[in-house]
Design a protein around this ligand. Structure first.
Ligand SMILES: [Fe+2]
Length: 339
């Protein structure tokens, strides 16, 4: 299982993960959830679209929710490049590999390139957005988890090695990874100096497993859960709170009214220096990848958001059973019955 070598001087400069575009069957419910529970700021709204940003963010949007009557989907996820000229280099990079690349008009964004990676994942890449006030010291207006900034997304794909190799060419480095013997199962890759901008996890895909916002402290995570409970939405809390082994973050996963999964977490470590080796996690070691907290429900592994018009490939071959909450409880019950 060769890990790709870091590319410190890639052909263009993707600076960070930027945003996600999802659809909703009930925009009013979505607005309640993202404003009151997650605590995002509504940058703009029209009859069919909501544009949100975190309380720390000045760029116009990090989450776009579009009204649709069909099953909830994701349209794309976004990256930023540093300057407009970089976009032409991105276009050349994708076209030279036979991958789709086209220019699109997107409200509140500068020139935007739509591309698809080798797994078919749709990406929107731009250098600029219009800006809004940074409201991170308007504490009196904070709601729910008061999500600070968009941090990363996790994408399910059938071939983690292929994705990892491709993104490494674009300058993404690996902070941590999970493997089963010689097979990559999960890679955490970054451009900004944290542990992750994009995470690949082996499963049918491409599908959007979750997108994640940072919060300022552990209490923000609990407050988001408390607000959800008081609003009659307590069942949106799907997993956690708990503490991940990888990146060591405190987390909770919520499902929005359309089933899209959002993670609130604080916070991962700084990662810049070139001599730091990727951290390997062996998925065979029980409990290693979760410091504390219960294992996830099976649906956390199996359910994810499809991308509009992108077929989902299935896995071939089998792998060990997942460490699910259902399995954990069944084994506990069996052990108790035997004692
Ligand atoms: Fe995450």
């Amino acid at each position: 299982m060769p890990l790709p070598a870091p590319v410190y001087y890639p052909p263009f400069n993707i600076t960070r993960t930027s945003h996600a575009i999802i659809t909703s069957r009930d925009l009013e419910k979505s607005r309640d959830f993202y404003e009151q529970v997650v605590g995002l700021v509504l940058s703009d709204a029209d009859a069919d679209t909501l544009w949100f940003r975190g309380v720390e963010e000045v760029c116009h949007h990090s989450l776009v929710v579009k009204r649709r009557s069909s099953a909830p989907e994701a349209e794309a996820v976004g990256f930023r490049v540093l300057t407009d000229e970089e976009l032409d280099k991105v276009e050349h990079f994708f076209r030279s590999r036979g991958l789709p690349a086209r220019w699109i008009e997107v409200p509140h964004q500068g020139r935007t390139l739509a591309v698809s990676d080798p797994a078919g994942l749709p990406l929107h890449i731009c250098a600029t957005m219009t800006t809004k006030p940074r409201v991170y010291t308007q504490f009196e207006n904070f709601r729910g988890g008061a999500a600070m900034r968009f941090d990363h997304y996790q994408i399910q794909v059938t071939d983690v090695q292929q994705q990892t190799d491709f993104y490494a060419e674009m300058g993404f480095r690996i902070s941590e990874y999970m493997a089963l013997d010689d097979k990559l199962l999960v890679t955490f890759m970054f451009r900004k100096p944290g542990t992750q901008d994009i995470v690949f996890l082996e499963n049918p895909g491409p599908r959007l497993h979750h997108f994640a916002y940072t919060v300022s402290d552990s209490h923000s995570i609990l407050r988001a859960c408390d607000v959800a409970g008081n609003m009659g939405m307590g069942d949106v809390v799907e997993r956690g709170p708990g503490r991940h082994g990888p990146a060591g973050v405190l987390f909770v996963y919520l499902r929005d009214p359309d089933g899209h999964r959002v993670e609130l977490f604080c916070d991962h470590y700084l990662l810049i220096d070139s001599e730091v080796e990727p951290v390997r996690w062996d998925v065979r070691v029980p409990g290693l990848t979760l410091r504390w907290g219960l294992p996830p429900q099976e649906c956390w592994f199996t359910e994810a958001t499809r991308f509009s018009g992108v077929p989902v490939a299935e896995l071939d071959g089998s792998r060990p059973p997942l460490a699910t909450l259902e399995r954990y409880l069944a084994e506990k019950a069996l052990a108790r019955a035997r004692s």
